[in-house]
Write a protein that binds this ligand. Sequence first.
Ligand SMILES: *Cc1c(COP(=O)(O)O)cnc(C)c1O
Length: 424
Amino acid sequence: MSAAENEPFSYQNDELYCEGVPLAKIAGEVGTPVYVYSRTELERAYKAFDAALEGIPHKVCYAVKACSSLGILAALVELGAGADIVSAGELFRWQKAGGDPAKVVFSGVGKTESEMVAALAAGIAAFNVESAEELAALDRVARARGTKARVSLRVNPDVDPQTHPYISTGLKQNKFGVAMAEARPLLREAARLEGIEVIGVDFHIGSQLTKTSPFTDAIARLVKLVEDLHADGIEIDHVDIGGGLGIDYGKGDAAPPSPADYGAAVCDALAPLAKLGVTLVTEPGRVIVGAAGALLTRVLYRKRNEAKHFTIVDAAMNDLMRPALYSSYHPIRPVRDPNRPTIPTDVVGPVCETGDFLARDRELPELAQGELVWVGAAGAYGSVMASNYNTRPRAPEVLVKGDRYTVIRARETLEQMIAGERIA
Ligand SMILES: *Cc1c(COP(=O)(O)O)cnc(C)c1O
């Protein structure tokens, strides 16, 4: 990593900073482990994504599940973002952060009736409906309230996103959406329901995609569906192509397409629909927050056995689950003095699981006890997946802007962890 001025995390005199704030200062004042986000990078990523789609009328609905702290959501609200939510809890967060419910689309295969009621009351833009039974339930809920639910039908385009199996969602063996062949008859039926207003079709084929072809293949299928529906007299106002654009985790693999390349490919693929006046909706998560965030941790102990060297740090799988869950790679650097001779080491946490690792067989400078370590590209699916496993309080979150920072979420206390528990 170079000291490039536009990098959210960069070395100045061999010391790692987030924007203008030394990470050691944050660790000293807030403690470790701690999530640190660069607001400037968040803004840069959002604007780059938005600008990449300027060739087409569009809305960017940030996927709240990628990183849902109020401080992060408020920054995106300020930039004009909408939201893609997957629960009533995320709708609550979005509104608490000042977000406009009229810019919300609601995804997910298992929306409950009470979640439908909350979203209808808030006046969200669209329900991304994923099954015939969900459609029937939503129709019932809307009619009971004397209203209509705006609906987009999520289709499963059956394309291989060529990503990790756990984050691939657009194959026919996945639980998401309805089969392409079922979509047309179901939408014709939906158009006749009193509690439903059909406005769109959508897909989300997976996450951490590193090519544009799965997107453009899926869009081609969606275009055909919209044209067929048009012929049936069903006007589609919006097509939603989900999220999924990958980021560079620094492993040295081929870099994912830039937002500009993605935007150009998407606009091209959607060109046949321009005459129908549709609006494009996108639901990016990772590409907006991924690179903006890092997990800062401190070395507790080192040890070596016959097979390996271990670096034991104070962050664990309960803080950052991606390595354990998906065998994900995150870049790791010492906060000071990065240019030392390296050794191969496993960076592991204190949790009692062999799966509790942040990196395996990683070449790193031999880290001393008490040294600070930066785990990069942790802004997306990092803090949101944190748990209290091993009764570890969830880490705080800090948002940096220039040479100042704000604790946007305090470290959880022991009392907060057991609040709500009772001895029978
Ligand atoms: C997770 C998810 C997203 C965001 O995916 P990213 O890979 O983070 O861009 C968008 N839409 C839906 C329906 C999702 O489930």
